[in-house]
Ligand binder design. Structure first.
Ligand SMILES: [Zn+2]
Length: 324
């Protein structure tokens, strides 16, 4: 008899990834959807559709669904309070989904889910103190402190992307009222903006020519050009990495982590991003914290949030059984 599955759903700012996962955190079916409209009923329909497809092809009984959503979660109610990059203001997300799917539903912040996956079976395995950042449309954060996910008073902690690294920096994204957050200076969105600036400054570079050809200067293209040796693209990634490093130096001083794990789409740039991050941390953080910390890519790559959401659902089921 095939083992029980849960479905993990990672709801990014522009796309959604669902997967049927077993208790050993192996993935059995994946479903992906693009999110291209900002209204709630559309978004919920897309989610239900992706979960139903995954459930049909899970290869075993599906017992629960876990959601990682890019939102501040109030764990007292399962209320998605504010999603910076999705239309999820004040929705009782867990209740709505449990009713539509007729399954137990567990919800946490998407980066918290990624931290669970990386801690359980990935790049932070065996660590008691770990910081996780996931860099895509925005920047999500997750903290493992004393061997457990740290959620704060009501579940809204570890919004590490909204730590200010430049008081006079650009306005942050979406619903964040702040200026100069690391999210506004080192996210995928910031990368695209910096690439465009660089393309204008250096029209004869690979970046400049790509822009003239009308190509979209987003992370994947900048990374491709950088791998091909285009100096403008390499410098763009280095600027983003340095900005990220400023924030990480602060996290290293604050938490003295054994490891800082970096995931999300922008990590396709690999060492071209991580090298400048490490250089900045080495210049700015304090010993002995900076001497012991490792700064590494997420083992589960872009699937960390989805796999962690499934792990969250297994944890939730175990908790329910315990309380019975
Ligand atoms: Zn912010």
């Amino acid at each position: 008899m095939p083992g029980r599955r849960t479905i993990g759903v990672d709801m990014g700012g522009t796309k959604l990834l669902a997967g049927a996962v077993d208790s050993g955190l192996s993935v059995h079916h994946r479903a992906q959807r693009t999110i291209n409209r900002l209204d709630v009923s559309y978004l919920l329909d897309v989610v239900v559709d992706a979960v139903e497809e995954t459930r049909d092809r899970a290869g075993g009984e599906v017992a629960a669904v876990g959601f990682g959503i890019p939102s501040l979660i109030d764990q007292r109610t399962g209320n998605a309070v504010i999603a910076v990059n999705l239309p999820l203001r004040d929705i009782m997300f867990a209740d709505v989904m449990a009713e539509r799917l007729d399954l137990p539903v567990f919800v946490d912040n998407d980066a918290n889910c990624a931290a669970i996956a990386e801690h359980r079976a990935g790049a932070a395995r065996g660590c008691n103190e770990a910081v996780l950042l996931t860099i895509g449309t925005g920047i999500g954060g997750g903290l493992i402190l004393r061997g457990e996910l740290y959620r704060g008073a009501v579940g809204a902690a570890a919004e590490l992307g909204h730590v200010v690294i430049d008081r006079n920096g650009p306005p942050c994204q979406g619903n964040c009222p702040n200026h100069g957050c690391v999210e506004s200076l080192a996210s995928g969105t910031a990368l695209a903006r910096e690439a465009l600036r660089m393309a204008h400054e250096r029209p004869n570079s690979g970046l400049g020519r790509a822009h003239a050809e009308g190509r979209e200067l987003a992370g994947p293209l900048v990374t491709e050009l950088a791998h091909d040796g285009d100096e403008a693209a390499i410098e763009t990634l280095a600027t983003i990495g340095r900005n990220l490093g400023v924030a990480i130096a602060g996290f290293v001083n604050t938490f003295n982590p054994e490891v800082v794990v970096i995931g999300g789409g922008v990590m396709g740039a690999g060492e071209l991003l991580l090298g400048p991050v490490r250089a900045e941390v080495a210049e700015r953080a304090l010993p002995p914290s900076k001497d012991i910390v490792e700064i590494v890519p997420a083992a589960f790559g872009v699937e960390a949030g989805m796999i962690g959401a499934a792990a969250l659902a297994f944890d939730g089921l175990a908790q329910m059984a315990e309380n019975r």
